[in-house]
Write a protein that binds this ligand. Structure first.
Ligand SMILES: [Zn+2]
Length: 197
């Protein structure tokens, strides 16, 4: 993931806009107001801004109109990196951590994450995903997981016997320490006195 974060799309606003346009507009600019395709004029004074040529529309639009990036002063490259981090983090990511990574305020990060999660929540997948007879690849997916292995009755018995044998060994060691004391406690055997013979 470290190499992915070095992608210029995440560090250059123009690259980010061009990347989004190439993905959302493969057939040319699409007016976010009337939906006309490839019927717009680029406005030279501001890169990424288009004027719709449809007679009944004539609106200006950018690629972010109608997306979760609309009407935001946060640079588009930061938006894309935030979306990437949210989607690629298996165990989620806090707004505070993302704020540090993107070098923007916590308030702005919280706003971005709220929009990203909202966009993810509302998504509905047409069946089948990707279209008929298409191959879908999903990397870095974390779905549920198996519970840890429950101890079987056999392994439980083995552990019990281990504990018992361990206790027995301790007991044996204690006994071996006690033996000399017991021997010392007995009266020592002395040879009989001469007058007893
Ligand atoms: Zn239009």
């Amino acid at each position: 993931m470290a190499n992915e974060l070095q992608n210029k799309t995440f560090h250059n606003e123009t690259k980010a806009r061009q990347w989004l346009e190439s993905h959302l507009w493969p057939d040319g600019p699409v007016c976010g107001h009337c939906g006309s395709i490839n019927d717009a004029t680029a406005i030279e004074t501001r890169p990424g801004l288009y004027q719709c040529n449809a007679t009944e529309c004539r609106s200006q639009f950018t690629v972010t109109v109608g997306t979760l990036f609309e009407r935001s002063h946060i640079p588009l490259n930061k938006w894309l990196m935030a979306a990437f981090l949210v989607c690629s983090s298996k165990k989620a990511m806090s707004a505070l951590q993302m704020s540090r990574m993107l070098d923007i305020s916590y308030k702005s990060t919280w706003f971005m994450m709220h929009r990203i999660r909202e966009a993810m929540r509302d998504g509905t997948f047409p069946a089948p995903i990707g279209g008929p007879d298409k191959v879908i690849e999903a990397d870095e997916t974390y779905v549920g997981g198996k519970p840890r292995t429950e101890p079987t009755s056999q392994s439980h018995r083995n552990r019990s016997s281990c504990r018992l044998s361990s206790a027995a060994a301790k007991c044996a060691r204690s006994m071996s320490k006690m033996q000399p004391q017991r021997r010392c406690a007995k009266p020592p055997l002395r040879p009989p006195a001469a007058n007893h013979i």
